[in-house]
Design a protein. Structure first.
Length: 400
């Protein structure tokens, strides 16, 4: 057996995603990963993060780049592009959280997403994608797009089914939803590039784009790209008629909290992806694949791997049940290993096979680019109340 390679890693950001990235890094087994340190805009939080984990805190990104082979970009989307490009410029591998990039307003104090011109948003987001892809082309490193849905075990099982049966996917439908994000930044399109359509919709969308890629790859070595998208967005929790019972977050500044995207692929097959912040009962993340030779329901969360019944709420006070469940009393789809079902450790394990052994990543920069292009084309469609909009795909197609 050949020896393991040692890879030195740095984390950018010290919040929610930086925490699950670190946990996944601890579980990498085929590569020796040394997490050297963390850099974060929040110095106090970053120092605390470093101290808890026995790693160094770096005051600047450049100082950390001097000492690592890989960086993990775990910061709000507005800062994905500059940090990713800084890493690629230093020939590092860059693991970038979703969404890859976007449009973050015009820097005016009164920027408001509902009033923004979505065609400007699309052009601006695509220009950002182009800058990132250009930086990757000029780098010895590469971009590893941290879309965990691609690596969720149920989605990878569907990849195997497609590869071994040559199935044709006719229709995909799916959803990512819950009752509201924990993040303060999430309420502002100027920091996150939009609302729920990008923030949550990117997950089932990218999984759908990925599986149609796999299907094409099996058939003739060529991905099947999205061709058009039609979308609607709504702001349900800001409706004057919304009756707040205290279960659903409602303090968003300017973002939509409901979206539906209808994607038509270049072979005429279709996908319908919901995303919302108005669903109670915990995370609702699923994808159903209707193919010509099989059907698969991928229940990422909840799933019935384990179910518990708890008659007294306080009995489970110090027991983690499942993300964003409102109560631990009664029946619950308690997850014995939520990160595993979500694909975090599999994603990071696979990325380090790319770093150490040059294995091509399943979730790469071109998949991320198609996802951003489809999302902002969907915003243009929603502005036109659902008219179909052509999608530019990567490597760049000739639709402009
Ligand atoms: N894949 C998933 O399931 C998943 C889940 C949650 C969040 N995310 C993604 O992770 C990213 C971060 O979200 P989060 O929930 O961790 O946010 P967070 O607010 O919990 O943490 C963000 C961290 O980034 C730091 N930061 C902000 N700007 C920075 C900069 N310019 N340089 C260095 N540090 C900076 C902040 O100080 C903070 O420590 C987002 O892109 C989000 O979409 C992914």
């Amino acid at each position: 057996m050949k020896g393991k390679k040692t890879v030195r890693t740095g984390i950018v950001g010290s919040g929610f995603s930086a925490t699950f990235h670190f946990e996944a890094l601890r579980r990498v087994y085929q590569t020796d990963v040394e997490v050297v340190g963390v850099h974060s805009a929040d110095t106090d939080q970053g120092k605390q993060y470093a101290q808890t984990r026995g790693i160094r805190f770096f005051d600047t990104l450049e100082a950390m780049l001097d000492e690592v082979d890989v960086i993990h970009v775990c910061v709000p989307p507005k800062w994905h592009e500059p940090i990713t490009i800084a890493g690629l410029a230093r020939d590092k591998f860059v693991v970038c959280e979703k969404p890859l990039t976007g449009y973050f307003g015009d820097d005016s104090d009164d920027f408001h997403w509902e009033r923004a011109d979505k065609k400007v948003a699309l052009q601006s987001a695509l220009a950002s994608v182009d800058r990132i892809l250009e930086a990757e082309r000029n780098s010895q490193g590469s971009l590893l797009y941290a879309e965990n849905w691609v690596y969720a075990p149920s989605i990878q099982k569907e990849r195997e089914i497609l590869e071994k049966t040559g199935g044709q996917i006719l229709w995909i439908h799916g959803e990512e939803a819950h009752s509201g994000s924990h993040s303060v930044d999430y309420a502002y399109a100027a920091r996150c590039g939009g609302g729920v359509l990008i923030g949550k919709g990117c997950h089932p969308l990218t999984a759908a784009l990925y599986l149609k890629r796999v299907e094409g790859r099996v058939r003739n070595g060529r991905p099947i790209h999205p061709k058009t998208v039609s979308a609607r967005t709504h702001t349900v929790t800001r409706l004057p008629e919304f009756r707040d019972e205290g279960h659903i977050r409602k303090d968003y500044y300017d973002i939509e909290d409901f979206s539906i995207m209808h994607v038509e692929f270049e072979d005429g097959t279709i996908a319908d992806l919901f995303a919302s912040d108005i669903v109670l009962g915990g995370i609702h993340n699923w994808l159903e694949i209707c193919a010509n030779n099989h059907r698969a329901v991928c229940n990422i969360n909840p799933n019935t791997a384990m179910q518990t019944y708890n008659p007294v709420e306080k009995n489970f006070d110090d027991i983690y049940v499942v993300e964003k469940i409102g109560t631990k009393q009664g029946w619950a789809c308690t997850s014995p290993d939520e990160d595993w079902f979500t694909g975090y450790p599999q994603e990071i394990e696979a990325f380090y096979r790319t770093v150490a052994d040059q294995e091509p990543p399943e979730s790469d920069s071109l998949l991320a680019a198609d996802s951003i292009s489809t999302i902002y084309s969907a915003y243009v469609s929603a502005e036109g109340r659902g008219t179909a909009v052509d999608v530019v795909t990567y490597p760049k197609s000739d639709i402009q």
